[in-house]
Ligand binder design. Structure first.
Ligand code: ADP
Ligand code: MG
Ligand code: MG
Length: 937
């Protein structure tokens, strides 16, 4: 006998490898996949859920999953299901026949034919992206057998016509309208309102019509061989995994490629067998608000797709308590069990066949940002999950979304009063949006790409509309509820949506909508509030929501801070890190107050020069700059001092007990003077005039003034002002200026300390490049500080430090730290100087192209460049701390509010990040995530 070749052996191994798993095949699954993520990877989300529910003893119809591996093999084989896999499917069908006592393809007298659904399901659920075929196994013969066994002809024919529709559209790609139109026509001609009004004879007629549609559209007959039906459905599912819709979705989600899908073959449960049968979907908590209250819908005497597609308007789940009390109780019990088991809000599908409940799907429910936060906090309070888990589950983007603007309440009242309420519907996805009405997805996409604000309005949405939905600012539909396609997609992408606003009479051919006495055309403005389920005519003004009122968010961020404070996780270098504090950049007391309210633990950057620009101060500043002798300059500085002092006092009061970093003057002085161009124009005008006539007294004075200014500006003109006389260099050239600022800081600190506050000033010297600069400036300033404290008889805690924003400072941080007690990375300048980009010029010209074409992975001004700028930061921290172990280190560039950059700052060992007050809540969560080692996308 010939030995099997190596190739044969491999093939035999492949043949033996298990690819098909019955829902109750615990042993088989455990051999291939141990952990829950592995099981999901193998069986897909839907298959894993069905397997897991079966394992937990919940009522799941018998069935099996063809693994995601087969999907990959299918694609590799050029869209063919490999023979060994199909053999396993056939074997699994035999087992299901045994489990159900039914026969696929029928033909056994007195035995009910087995019908199945064929359902897709990848690792991650993709709402509405892939298709399902119900009632597979019906044909001209089994439909009669069904009638014979069940005695319910209406149900059998209804199921058959649905199989034809679903098979026709999903497997054969025939447009839905080809089936919808004849059915609607029949209903219309015979005066029916509901699908359920169709009689047995009507349904039989429809089956004949649909078969003809299939023949006309594809040139072939609907397959009567049930195994051929099954195979074609499975192939259609596998094809859809790499199809257009799946690719678009993957792109939207930022995935590198599409996901392979599994195929689930599930014994059909019939929700359409009469009034003791029903089908429905439910969320175990409200996915919009997060409230702990089941939210669901069901339809009596109907099949699954009817609810999901939002075609008939279903009843709220609470009514089931009255209509089917026993089943309802069982359902609630199962839902509670599922929540406990998955420790998360579940989105379930169920069907009731003649009083008996079956679970058809469970998964972690999609939710709004608001619900995500509430559910996480509630579940931690219920002890279902830990506080840490709650913090893990909420994304910085959720926090960002929650603090986004909403409609001004008074404007809403006025609009209602003026009769501008267009319609109300289901509050399907929260958020406020105004835009121009677009009646189809293509137009919405086009307008969206042109930068227009669009509200997509549709009777209902379908998977083919997704490209327009994501381009829209908001979505408005006339039909469908909280679980309709529009609602699910909108929540997923954080797009405000109002669904099922049934007062809307949408005329797609004329592209108008009529409602509440208004007639609106395409392009007209509407405003929708997806949190309230309201739509208004026109554009309503928006306001920022208050942070303090979001009590769940406040709680969650308190936990986040605790995690950061307690953290000792080791970073990449193997050294433990304390978590990051979040500070804020604020120039005025009211900003500081907001920062504090938002949870900032200090001010990381107060830009003093902003104070110089105010109307009453600018002339004094100009006099100071233009002074041609020391006395005149000192007089101007003395005049400025009280202004600065009172500014600082306000900051210290607002931030009592917390550090306030005040940066000494930074920009080049010409920024405080009028532009050279403007001055030349003015001076030239006076000189021309003077040539012909004498100037008036005032004119002459102004002329002299402008001339002096122009001379000064000319003298100060620089080729590259951002790399010229600014920062500490200015302090060295005009020492009195920063001495005045330091005096103002310490006078203010001493004064407010006397008032009972606890000021903690930290004086920051900008733009140091060489330690000698600090050696020259800092001792002088410290002298001023000590002198003031002595004069006032008060002592305050203080620090002197510097910004690190020039690469040389980072490279010589060990030397710099001999003087500086703290470092603050000014990452805007540091990025400019490390890359050699001028930010304004770069962003205006080449940077976008660089990012689009992947020359740069990100805009380095938005997300810190780890590999380049990041190296400088890490080196500076190390060198600085080697000299001065207590060195306080933070970042005050815009990067401080970017979650990915925050993660880097943690790795680099910074003490805090400082960002705009509005981003403080996001940064607090990002800091906790960094401490927990959660990768931020
Ligand atoms: P989707 O991912 O689009 O929700 P599903 O595969 O879950 O697709 O199925 C679509 C609808 O058909 C759902 O309402 C589901 O509950 C229903 N359904 C699927 N399989 C069966 C079955 N075996 N018996 C009864 N209803 C089913
Ligand atoms: Mg579906
Ligand atoms: Mg489903």
């Amino acid at each position: 006998m010939r030995q099997p070749s190596a190739g044969n052996k491999a093939r035999n191994g492949l043949a033996k490898k298990q690819r098909v798993f019955l829902f109750n095949d615990e042993k088989g699954v455990s051999k291939v996949a141990k952990t829950w993520p592995e099981i999901r990877e193998l069986l897909g989300g839907k298959g894993a859920g069905l397997f897991d529910m079966t394992r937990a003893g919940l009522p799941v119809p018998p069935g099996f999953t063809i693994s995601t591996e087969v999907c990959n093999e299918f694609v590799k084989a050029g869209n063919k299901i490999p023979r060994p896999a199909w053999d396993q499917v056939l074997a699994a069908m035999k087992v299901v026949e045994k489990q159900t006592g039914k026969k696929f393809g029928g033909g056994v007298k007195g035995v009910r034919p087995l019908l199945v659904s064929v359902r897709s399901g990848a690792r991650e659920s993709m709402p509405g992206m892939m298709e399902t075929v119900l009632n597979v196994g019906l044909n001209d013969q089994t439909v009669e057998e069904m009638i014979a066994v069940t005695g319910n002809a209406r149900f059998a024919w209804d199921s058959y016509r649905r199989l034809l529709m679903m098979f026709g559209s999903t497997v054969l790609g025939i447009p839905d309208e080809k089936f919808d139109e004849p059915m609607e026509r029949m209903k219309h001609e015979r005066g029916y309102k509901l699908d359920t009004d169709l009689t047995v004879e009507d349904l039989k007629e429809l089956v004949a019509i649909f078969k003809q549609v299939i023949k006309d559209e594809t040139g072939r007959e609907f397959p009567q061989d049930v195994y051929e039906q099954l195979k074609e459905c499975a192939m259609a599912v596998f094809r859809s995994a790499t199809g257009h819709k799946a690719r678009t979705y993957a792109k939207q989600m930022g995935w590198k490629s599409t996901l392979p899908t599994a195929v689930n073959v599930v014994t059909m449960i019939f929700g359409n067998m009469g009034d003791d049968s029903a089908t429905g979907v439910a969320f175990t908590r409200d996915p919009s608000t997060g409230e702990k209250k089941m939210l669901g819908e069901y339809l009596v005497n109907a099949q699954g797709e009817d609810v999901v597609a939002g075609i008939r308007t279903p009843k709220p789940i609470e009514e089931m308590a009255k209509e089917m009390p026993k089943t309802y109780k069982e359902f609630v019990r199962i839902c509670n069990l599922l929540e406990k088991h998955y420790k998360d809000m579940q989105d379930v599908e169920f069907t009731i066949e003649q009083g008996k409940l079956y679970m058809l799907q469970t998964r972690n429910g999609k939710r709004t940002a608001k619900a995500a936060i509430k559910i996480a906090v509630d579940m931690a309070k219920e002890k279902l999950i830990t506080k840490e888990e709650a913090v893990r589950r909420v994304k910085p983007a959720d926090v960002d979304f929650l603090l986004h603007p909403q409609f001004d309440e008074q404007a809403v009242k006025d609009a209602k009063h003026d009769g501008r309420l267009l319609a109300t519907g289901v509050n399907a996805s929260p958020g406020a949006a105004s835009g121009m009405l677009a009646f189809d997805a293509d137009l919405a996409e086009r307008w969206g790409n042109e930068g227009k604000a669009v509200i997509l309005i549709r009777p209902e949405t379908k998977p083919d509309d997704v490209h327009g939905m994501v381009a829209a600012k908001g979505i408005l539909t006339a039909r469908g509820g909280a679980t309709s396609h529009a609602a699910v997609v909108a929540r997923q992408f954080g797009i405000p949506a109002v669904c099922g606003a049934d007062a809307l009479q949408i005329n797609l051919s004329e592209r108008t909508v009529t409602s509440n006495g208004h007639v609106l055309r395409e392009g007209d403005w509407v405003s929708i509030d997806g949190g309230k389920g309201e739509a208004y005519v026109g554009q309503l003004p928006m306001v920022h929501p208050s942070f303090e009122e979001q009590t769940d968010l406040v709680t969650l961020l308190k936990w986040a801070d605790e995690i950061s404070a307690k953290n000792t996780r080791k970073a990449e270098d193997g050294k433990p890190r304390r978590g990051l504090q979040v500070w804020a950049n604020a120039d005025y007391p009211k900003d500081a107050q907001r920062a504090r309210d938002y949870g900032a633990k200090g001010i990381g950057l107060c830009r003093t020069e902003h104070m110089f620009f105010e109307a009453e101060r600018l002339p004094i500043v100009q006099r100071m700059i233009l002074a041609d002798n020391n006395e005149a300059r000192q007089r101007a500085l003395d005049e400025l001092l009280p202004f600065q002092r009172s500014d600082f006092a306000g900051l210290f009061r607002a931030m009592t007990g917390l550090p306030v970093i005040i940066r000494l003057i930074d920009p080049p002085l010409h920024e405080f003077l009028p532009s050279q161009e403007e001055l030349i124009r003015e001076v030239t005008r006076y000189e021309t005039k003077r040539h012909y006539e004498a100037l008036g007294e005032e004119e002459y004075a102004d002329y002299q003034n402008k001339l002096a200014l122009l001379n000064a500006v000319n003298a100060m003109h620089e080729q590259n002002p951002m790399m010229g006389l600014r920062g500490i260099r200015l302090g060295i050239m005009i020492p009195g200026l920063i001495a005045m600022q330091v005096r103002a800081i310490f006078e203010a600190a001493c004064d407010v300390k006397k008032e009972g506050y606890e000021p903690m000033p930290e004086v920051m010297i900008p733009l140091t490049g060489h330690v000698n600069e600090l050696k020259r400036v800092q001792p002088e300033l410290e002298k001023v500080a000590k002198a003031v404290m002595e004069e006032k008889g008060v002592k305050v805690k203080y620090k002197f430090g510097t910004m690190i924003e020039i690469p040389r400072a980072a490279l010589t941080a060990d030397e710099i730290a001999t003087m500086a007690e703290f470092f603050s990375f000014g990452t805007n300048d540091l990025t400019q100087m490390t890359y050699g980009y001028s930010r304004d010029d770069a962003e205006r010209s080449f940077l976008l192209k660089y990012v689009e074409e992947g020359i740069l992975p990100d805009n380095p001004f938005q997300t810190l460049d780890r590999d380049g700028v990041g190296q400088l930061i890490k080196m500076a921290v190390q060198k600085g701390r080697a000299t001065r172990p207590t060195l306080e280190v933070g970042i005050c560039g815009e990067h401080g509010g970017d979650p990915r950059s925050v993660a880097f700052c943690y790795e680099a060992g910074l003490n805090y990040v400082s960002c705009s007050p509005f981003r403080v809540p996001i940064a607090r969560l990002a800091a906790a995530h960094a401490a927990l080692g959660i990768a931020t996308k």
